[in-house]
Design a protein around this ligand. Structure first.
Ligand SMILES: *[C@@H]1O[C@H](CO)[C@@H](O)[C@H](O)[C@H]1NC(C)=O
Ligand SMILES: *[C@@H]1O[C@H](CO)[C@@H](O)[C@H](O)[C@H]1NC(C)=O
Length: 381
């Protein structure tokens, strides 16, 4: 990445915010417990199913596949970094005595809020992720009772109440529904998804979770995966070139998710529930990509088929397969920092860095933390 484009992706102001955040008491969480899908999966699905994810996944930052569906870091990685914490290890990865002292990641790519169907990519739906957490916590408490031997590897008991519980899930439920349902049916299915989400959140609250941070769902109507399948009719596209119905469903999901966050805030006055508007940040990036140093808002960097989408549902990033009689290996574009979309379904590290920097301004969350940030910065600089 060129020096100029780096400063575009992470403006000086944001770097200052990150500095301020790291020392802010509100962001001083001893541990993070994360639940979600591929947007925040740091290697869970790959470990859980024992499947492979090949280069060029991971090439930009980790220099090897890292279990992330990305060329580098995810939003959660940038947020952990901003909080001065190590990247989260996946719950499902048992190799090499993984360190869970500062938290654990239960997210798995392809996961849904609703129970997984037989053909689902991930069997680790939200309820299972919550159950895994309950198992995790019970085991940790057992081990803590045995003395200090495991201190390096596991959280302290009070980390479960003082820790931050993060959520980024629902995209696969709503986007997936379009494969078998009409728009009206998709919209009608949203409340049941959120009832299930609420049930999981309540179990975690009952187990001591008090700091909750919920990411809403992004404009998945802009993903090549969906555009390739549903976007052949130009009348279905909006001014960004994205699927109007898909993004409309995402907005309706987010409205109801936000309402749920507000309702839970009323029910649990002793909890801090933050709702983060990822949809607005990602839409702004896609609509105004050139202002933020990008050149391709919708075309996949690592894909097959060439412009406009460079996406083919028969083969994924890094795979080698016979397609139409020819052996094809899906490689990455020359410079992933010019692309918003990595593999047709997920964002590039450069895009994730932009999104994280926007989240950290505090302007996209409810409650916002901009004022707090401003005063912190005044004290610091
Ligand atoms: C949670 O919110 C309460 C009340 O607004 C505040 O006093 C407390 O510091 C917050 N806790 C954290 C960990 O942010
Ligand atoms: C793109 O930028 C313009 C100008 O700042 C802004 O008004 C608009 O809301 C942005 N688009 C999106 C989708 O955020």
């Amino acid at each position: 990445m060129a020096a100029e484009s780096f400063s575009l992706h992470l403006p000086a102001l944001v770097s200052m915010c990150i500095l301020a955040l790291a020392s802010s008491t509100d962001f001083n969480f001893p541990a993070v417990f994360n639940f979600g899908d591929s947007n925040s999966d740091t290697g869970g699905l790959i470990a859980g199913l024992g499947i492979r994810l090949d280069l060029p996944n991971g090439q930009t930052y980790f220099k090897a596949p890292s279990g992330r569906f990305c060329d580098g870091r995810l939003i959660i990685d940038f947020l952990m970094d901003a909080m001065d914490m190590p990247f989260l290890n996946p719950y499902l990865d048992s190799i090499g005595a993984p360190i869970f002292r500062k938290g654990c990641n239960f997210a798995a790519a392809g996961s849904t809020v609703l129970p997984a169907t037989v053909n689902a990519v991930s069997p680790f739906s939200f309820r299972i992720q919550v159950d895994q957490f309950l198992h995790f916590k019970a085991r940790v408490l057992q081990l803590l009772a045995k003395g200090k031997k495991f201190d390096k590897y596991i959280p302290q008991e009070d980390f479960f109440t003082k820790g931050l519980y993060m959520f980024d899930i629902g995209q696969n439920d709503v986007a997936g529904a379009f494969y078998s349902k009409s728009f009206d049916q998709v919209v009608a299915s949203i409340p049941a998804i959120l009832v299930e989400f609420e049930t999981g959140l309540k179990s975690l609250y009952d187990q001591g979770a008090r700091n909750v941070w919920i990411h809403n769902t992004g404009p998945f109507g802009c993903l090549p995966q969906n555009l390739a399948r549903f976007g052949t009719d130009p009348s279905k596209l909006d001014e960004m070139g994205c699927l109007s119905n898909h993004n409309q469903a995402a907005k309706l999901y987010n409205l109801q998710l936000h309402a749920l966050a507000i309702k839970l805030r009323g029910q649990y006055p002793d909890a801090n529930i933050t709702y983060v508007d990822i949809f607005s940040v990602k839409s702004n990036l896609i609509a105004n990509y050139s202002r933020y140093g990008f050149e391709q808002p919708l075309m996949a960097c690592c894909g097959y088929g060439g412009p406009p989408l460079n996406y083919d549902g028969r083969i994924s990033c890094g795979q080698t397969k016979i397609i139409d009689g020819t052996s094809v290996t899906v490689k990455a574009c020359d410079d992933s920092t010019e692309y918003v979309i990595w593999d047709g379904i997920h964002y590039t590290e450069a895009a994730n860095e932009f999104v994280s920097s926007q989240i950290l301004t505090g302007r996209f969350s409810d409650p916002p933390f901009a004022d707090k940030m401003a005063s912190l910065m005044k004290n610091k600089f």
